[in-house]
Design a binder for this molecule. Sequence first.
Ligand SMILES: [Zn+2]
Ligand SMILES: [Zn+2]
Length: 342
Amino acid sequence: MKAVMLYGIKDLRIEEVEVPEVGLGEVLVRVRAATTCGTDLKIFKRGYVSGVIQLPTVFGHEWAGEVVEVGEGVSWPKVGMRVRAGNSAPCLKCKMCQKGDYNLCEDMMWLWGAYAEYIKVPPRMVTVNMQEIPSHLSFEEAALTEPLACVLHGIEKAKVGLGDTVAIIGAGPIGLMHLLCAKKLGASKTIVIDLVDERLEIAEKLGADETINAKETDATEKVHRLTDGYGVDIAIEAVGLPQTWEQALRLVRRGGTVLEFGGCPPGTEIRVSTELLHYGQVKVMGVFHAAPLHFKKALNLIASRTIDVRPLITRKLPLEKISEAFEILLTSKKDIKIAIIP
Ligand SMILES: [Zn+2]
Ligand SMILES: [Zn+2]
């Protein structure tokens, strides 16, 4: 089968490898769509993300496909079933899992290798984080379950609700998914901030009430102007840079919530005013990944089109064009997610 391997910075190669053999409890899936992700792009650009990946490596983690073989002892799923799974499966046994913080599992199982013709799903993941895809739903849409699960986790923690004003920094796929969720939850005003007009236009099409190009406009001042001088109820950072983490702190009203969603480079720090936390009573929270329940919810929301992810898939390319896909994402700002079809 054909599988994409990452050897280093911008060094993706398509290799001919053996189709994995299926053992006890395992499931082999023919990948029908794998979507590009900001994390993949970071790894493509930098060659690593600390602790997560060791080179050379299989690559890609958002996917959906058809079951072609099941190992001994597997009663579900059946061969021919359309499924998605992973990219994580907590152990359900460690201290963190026992506390209900499944996303912080100390023995988390990760699954990479979505940019390939076949992917083998390990037993734990089959049990804990695999779902059947409804027949009306495309594989590309189902592949977006993973990023939406992470966004649902964040937006739940930040408690976005009816009538809230919400500012989102970053109009990439994750920022735009936050926007879609905030709108559905009844946010009264959504403000999206980015540096690229094309991205802000997409945000407007997806229902952003206001957009700000931070290259041209002082975003903090504008957000306060748009909220009668108060700042927003909830500010969400969806970029992953210390500067924008700090910027989010300046957008929020007293008593509001800051959700620092984007993962920053290792070793970075931010400064937070003690007055903001004490007198301003601002809540600042980070959030990492998602729990199995979020994946189930995300797939249901995509399937019912309560969250319509179709506008986020801006291009489809065959597996052979994987390098081109990432080069496009590095240079063109019009593309949000590219569906790779192996
Ligand atoms: Zn992802
Ligand atoms: Zn655990």
